[in-house]
Design a protein around this ligand. Structure first.
Ligand code: ZN
Length: 90
């Protein structure tokens, strides 16, 4: 019904181009977020036992980073006109 897959109309108020979903970049950001966390954990392990107390801090920070990236990537698209959640129409 819609030839332009990138222009989404709001199913509630019909406003065109007002629906803003999460950026596809957030889905891409999941990979570097995991890589960053893995590198930080490996880096601390390689730096020696003196840095082991930092490990929980880094792991906690990494979990926060990952959960925020995952949350942003799976956010419901919202209509800027009526403020309702517009689920993907594909
Ligand atoms: Zn709307």
């Amino acid at each position: 019904m819609n030839t332009d897959h990138f222009a989404s109309a709001c199913p509630h108020c019909g406003a065109r181009g007002s629906v803003h979903g999460p950026s596809p970049l957030w889905k891409l950001a999941i990979i570097p977020a995991w890589v960053t966390m893995a590198l930080m954990v490996c880096g601390i392990a390689l730096l020696g036992p003196m840095n082991i107390p930092l490990l929980p801090v880094v792991v906690f920070g990494g979990i926060c980073l990952l959960s925020s990236v995952h949350r942003n990537a799976s956010e419901e698209p919202e209509c800027g006109s009526c403020g309702k959640i517009a689920r993907a129409l594909t």
